[in-house]
Write a protein that binds this ligand. Sequence first.
Ligand SMILES: Cc1cc2nc3c(=O)[nH]c(=O)nc-3n(C[C@H](O)[C@H](O)[C@H](O)COP(=O)(O)OP(=O)(O)OC[C@H]3O[C@@H](n4cnc5c(N)ncnc54)[C@H](O)[C@@H]3O)c2cc1C
Ligand code: FES
Length: 262
Amino acid sequence: MKQFIAKILSHASVSDCFFELAFAWDAAAGPVLPGQFCTIRVSPYSAPLLRRPFAFSRYDEKTGVAAIAYKKRGPATELLSCKPAGGTINIIGPLGNDFFRFATAGYAHFYLVAGGTGFGPVAFLANHCAQRNLACTVVLGCRTRSQLPRLNLLPSVKAVVCTDDGSEGIHGTPLTYLATLSPMQYASSAVFSCGPAPLLAGCHEWALARGLSCFVSVEQVMACGVGACMGCAVRVTDAGANGFARACTEGPVFDSRRILWT
Ligand SMILES: Cc1cc2nc3c(=O)[nH]c(=O)nc-3n(C[C@H](O)[C@H](O)[C@H](O)COP(=O)(O)OP(=O)(O)OC[C@H]3O[C@@H](n4cnc5c(N)ncnc54)[C@H](O)[C@@H]3O)c2cc1C
Ligand code: FES
């Protein structure tokens, strides 16, 4: 992990609300794995004061290029969206744990479920699965067709698109699709999920009811991003952790059975 100033290599919209920002990675910060994130200081001025966390959407050790895919939401992402290729950003990363710290042996197939801003980390995860010959299906949910990120950001893996309004793919959410699967289809599978809390909770319940493992990346609001403030605390089932775990250092990826969902 390292703080550094990175050169922006490309910055483009990949749907009507998503941007992909690729930047030069400092090799001294170490390699990046799917599920990990960086924090970005978008302005040298006092506002917005806090760094903002973004999951990596790709990383290539050979070319030294990393990227994030983000949605414009408020002041920080608005400022970020104005940064041109050739400019710089202030990065700290890589931070947090990764999906592959959880054993992948014993699973024949992975459902990689993304909702909204979960697209970036799931695209990164799908590329890793493809490189390691791990069978996977990407299940991508968004509100409507125009918000669907360009699917060429995904490797050649099976992808199922779900839209809330039915304008593309399945009419419904990724949970609508999961509910249609038969025991033959989900046997020996595990779920990796990134996105809004109701989607993560739904994936957890779906997997639990079928005796499958589910790993989720939580999007807690973060202040320091490095374990110092407890601002990102998640309620967990193990009393040994005083009932809380820090999403920025012990997560953001958790075994869904460890999280107290209610
Ligand atoms: C581990 C992690 C990975 C993330 N990965 C992505 C990603 O790949 N793409 C993406 O678009 N977004 C991602 N986010 C969310 C991103 O951090 C927020 O969208 C961003 O901070 C919004 O800042 P803003 O000033 O534009 O909006 P604000 O007006 O400050 O906030 C808009 C909403 O964004 C969320 N938010 C605000 N500040 C934070 C914060 N410090 N930490 C987390 N959430 C916050 C809140 O839900 C808030 O209601 C991630 C968050 C976390 C914790
Ligand atoms: S954001 Fe400060 S401890 Fe996680």
